[in-house]
Design a binder for this molecule. Structure first.
Ligand code: ATP
Length: 243
């Protein structure tokens, strides 16, 4: 079945960050979580993987992920945080292995999948931002989880590397559930199967890229937008709203 079901609320002390955010995802799907700054996107991913303890449930095929032991949980869900290259003296291979439940074979397979196997002996600090993002994805892959959550996987990347990461995620979504927080709405429209739009800690909208309307963008982001079609792709052209 391979079905993820999410229903969570969360507050940082008195500050409510998520209110009854509910959605489902299945293997073979690539979901983009979108929404303005402070909408609760990172909080949602952290709740789903158990870094934060939300109210509610996150289940995979009926098993509550949040109640599982770390090793069991890691088989079902992995989180790729926003990237900043660590200043540690690790090789790429050690980095991918570190802190995971992966075997050497898993690590080799994952590094080959993202194209870093030949460079495995180099220091992790020698990687560019895009390559480091690949190393982070390899680490998630080595874990063998059913679901991979990624927080802004393209944020520091040039357009070429961003597209490369999106293509890889789309490919991986054939065999896993992939859920990525994306700020670039056009990348989300082009690659995701479904969009979850957060606003003020609530799910403001959910739908397929074809169904996103300019009014929704205007309401949530406060910008006027046109959506045009170029070579079969829907493209958002935002404009600052006139006051
Ligand atoms: N550790 C924290 N303590 C208190 N409040 C927090 C904490 N982390 C986030 N928040 C608040 O929770 C809300 C949601 O934050 P979150 O980082 O999840 O938003 P986001 O949608 O990921 O934002 P961005 O797009 O800017 O990364 C914000 O109001 C933020 O200020």
């Amino acid at each position: 079945m391979s079905r993820l079901e999410v229903s969570v609320s969360f507050a940082y002390g008195e500050r409510e960050a998520l209110r009854e955010v509910e959605f489902t995802a299945e293997r073979g799907e690539f979901l983009a979580v979108i929404g303005p700054n402070g909408a609760g996107k990172s909080t949602l991913l952290k709740c789903m993987v158990g870094i934060l303890r939300p109210k509610g449930r996150v289940t995979f095929d009926g098993r509550n992920i949040l109640e599982l032991k770390p090793r069991e949980r890691a088989k079902l869900i992995t989180y790729v945080p926003q990237s900043s290259i660590p200043e540690f003296a690790f090789t790429i291979e050690e980095f991918v292995e570190l802190g995971t439940y992966a075997t050497r074979g898993d690590v080799e397979g994952a590094l080959k999948r993202v194209g870093l196997w030949e460079r495995r002996g180099e220091q992790i600090t020698a990687l560019s931002g895009g390559e480091y993002q690949l190393a982070l994805i390899a680490r998630a892959l080595a874990q063998g989880s059913e679901t991979i959550l990624l927080d802004e996987p393209t944020s520091h990347l040039d357009i070429n590397h961003a597209l490369g990461i999106m293509e890889l995620l789309r490919e991986l979504s054939g065999e896993k559930v992939i859920i990525a927080v994306l700020h670039d709405l056009n990348l989300a429209l082009r690659y995701a199967d479904r969009l979850i739009l957060l606003h003020g800690g609530r799910k403001a909208w959910e739908g397929k890229p074809d169904e996103l309307e300019p009014e929704i963008i205007e309401r949530v982001y406060g910008v006027t937008a046109r959506i045009v079609e170029v070579d079969g792709h829907r493209v958002i052209l935002p404009e600052l709203a006139k006051v």
